[in-house]
Design a protein. Structure first.
Length: 337
């Protein structure tokens, strides 16, 4: 098995569950590929047995390591992976990852590799599953940060902007902003009007309270593009985002005369111990993933539907992103200003 893309609370719980069920019930042997797709490309492995997964349930990150390596952008990458799997006697590959990692898994399945997928992303933007593990932890961390920033905002009579993760989907911003009592929430799905944002800020100050604005990193103003921290791209062609919070702070200060400060939560949202819900969901995903291997359900991904774990085609998870419904955003707008 391998873990790819950004690290995420709950990855170790998946690994543990797969091994803890696969070894005693199905008599399977496991090998872990290190650092995402770089593992099978370069033959980087570690043994995964029951002693190796003891104590990892509450640990954040992934004991296998991760990377954003894309084997389809490497000369001969697919053949190198095939050769590694054959040399190690690997019958099936369990891939734990998000859109990009599972996108590679989907292509490999189409080329005949036995693959089962497990959805992972703190952004909760994978289609095919109601929720992904890691999301609950990220929302909890962001909500706690917003709670703490309220008192500072009110003590200093300043605008505080909290920038959270969310490249194309504003699920973290929407959930944490609503739970934390934010006065404005800005998400990538709906371009914002900076004049309206400033009006909400001034309205909040007139009630003797200081505003909190929660903005997803991929949010953008109308008739403009996303703020970019750098033009550098990763192996999957994604530009690194960041800076929208600071841009909004400057605009607010210039337009309203109110002091504004930005807090970028960044990788804090990814780190640390997973929440109880994420441990529960990740464990269930792992248990059902190894069942899918037993059933030779190649090209399938385990997914949460209601309270049930089901199987869906990998292509269903990677064809389109799951974004925030405008109706859900409209519910939050009641509290703006």
């Amino acid at each position: 098995m391998l873990t790819g893309g950004g690290d995420c609370p709950g990855l170790n719980a998946v690994i543990r569950a797969i091994v803890r069920k696969g070894v005693p019930e199905y008599d399977y042997d496991f090998v872990g590929f290190r650092d995402g797709w770089r593992g099978p490309l370069e033959g980087l492995t570690m043994t995964l047995d029951i002693p190796a997964v003891r104590g990892i349930l509450p640990r954040g990150g992934t004991i296998l390591g991760s990377s954003r390596t894309n084997p389809f952008s490497v000369d001969g990458g697919v053949e190198r992976i095939r050769r590694t799997l054959k040399n190690l006697g690997v019958h099936a590959l369990v891939v734990i990852g998000g859109e990009d990692t599972l996108g590679v898994a989907t292509k490999l399945h189409e080329l005949g590799v036995h693959v089962v997928g497990v959805p992972k992303t703190i952004d909760n933007d994978l289609s095919g599953t109601d929720y992904t593990f890691g999301f609950d932890t990220a929302v909890g961390i962001a909500t706690e940060a917003i709670d703490r920033l309220h008192t500072t905002a009110e003590s200093h009579h300043r605008v505080l902007i909290v920038e959270v993760m969310g490249r194309h989907a504003g699920w973290i911003a929407l959930h944490s902003g609503l739970a934390g009592g934010a006065n404005v929430i800005l998400i990538p799905e709906i371009p914002f009007d900076i004049d309206k944002v400033c009006a909400w800020v001034e309205s909040r100050f007139r009630t003797q309270y200081a505003p909190i604005i929660v903005v997803a990193e991929g949010a953008a103003p109308k008739d403009s593009t996303m703020e970019l921290a750098t033009a550098e791209k990763d192996a999957f062609g994604h530009v690194r985002l960041g800076g929208i919070g600071e841009s909004i702070a400057r605009e607010i200060e210039q337009r309203t005369g109110k002091e504004a400060r930005t807090t970028v939560l960044g990788h804090v949202q990814r780190g640390g111990t997973p929440s109880a819900r994420d441990r529960w969901l990740a464990t269930r995903f792992g248990l059902h993933a190894i069942d899918a291997v037993r059933d030779e359900a190649w090209g399938q991904m385990v997914a949460l539907r209601g309270t049930n774990i089901v199987r869906v085609p990998l292509s269903e998870a990677t064809d389109t992103l799951k974004t925030v419904d405008p109706a859900l955003y409209a519910e939050a707008e009641v509290f703006f200003g």
